[in-house]
Design a protein around this ligand. Sequence first.
Ligand code: URA
Length: 441
Amino acid sequence: MVRMYDLIEKKKHGGVLTGEEIRGMVSGYVAGDIPDYQMSAMLMAICFQGMNAQETTDLTMAMVYSGDTADLSGIAGIKVDKHSTGGVGDKTSLVIGPIAASLGVKIAKMSGRGLGHTGGTLDKLESIPGLTTGIDKERFFKIVDEVGIAIIGQTGNMVPADKKLYALRDVTATVDSVPLIASSIMSKKLAAGSDAIVLDVKTGSGAFMKTLDDSITLAKEMVAIGTGAGRKCCALITDMDVPLGHAVGNSLEVAEAVRTLRGEGPADLTEVCLQLAANMLFMAGKGTVAECRALAEAVLADGRAVDVLAAMVKAQGGDPAYIYDTSRFPAAPFVRKVLSPADGYVTCIDAEGCGIAAAMLGAGRAKKEDAIDYSAGICLHKKYGDRLKKGDVLAELYASDEARFAGAEQKFLDSYTIGEAPAAEKKLVYARVTADGVERF
Ligand code: URA
């Protein structure tokens, strides 16, 4: 058995952990022999000292083999998975999964919960009454086969190492590290067994990777792990300087995803979804990226993927009526309008600040065991680049407890910068990373 104290000491001084040490550490932690406090210290040491490519691959594979892996070969067709590194207002999985599934691609997706200031697909889905993301392997396969898409958590015994580490990182400020993010995401993606993986690596103030260079480093690392494990893999680097779309908060985001599937979504969310969906379809062999984009556009134009999302919700025990009529989601009892303090233009909406404000309203967790308030969150009325008059409504904040507005409102307001001149145009997608290299846009 590894002596965790020695490993922490080694990593603290920038040492390189061997494959055997990493496997011993991961299995010891999953078995409960290594306590949270020692793993927290190790995670912090990794945040400061990093890991080389071999250590990151060893950590990923140790996490993959910490539990069961899925063999999707029984499901006909190319199975494509997608994962985002995490953002604010990022509901892309709920849009592009159904788009791709409606075009015959099989989506067997394992998602995560909110982490730090970012939201998680599982929390969003669980805002739909009755829906469960805790589905065993057999049922997961059956839903993917019959409906074309299922989105589940690390249920049963799949990647238990990530399940424990993810929850620990969320509350120990150890999220924003390339090896920890890469191993967390890629262990889930490899264990879930899809043939191809599209990664949405966020960059900017609301992302764990704040700079384009760091985001490209993370993307290259993940693509290398994926291709090294024999999967097709590519990454898009997408903007997370400002929240994506208008809704931040769980059921609010499900409703916005449905609007987007009907072709009525915000322009930024729609564009990012189309580019991600095009790459998923491309990986599934549906044509060139441009042809695949046209296929995805046609799906949004006729709204057919709403039926696919509703079918998935039903298969996972949820009530599909909430998808067909999102006004059924319970509204938060308290609404606070935040008004612009000045005339001008929105020149920044700090996505991280906005994500923290949403969490303070109840949409996220401060401690592992905290419950989520699904109706809490933010609806942005003014976005990056918009013109403002003093007193215009910047956003509406939603909460179940009025006292939550106290800190959250100021935090939210602080995330807006109002300038006198119009803001410069922003890119939504900065680069595409494949095994062949980096294509910057
Ligand atoms: N998403 C994950 O699944 N893991 C991370 O570490 C960050 C985002």
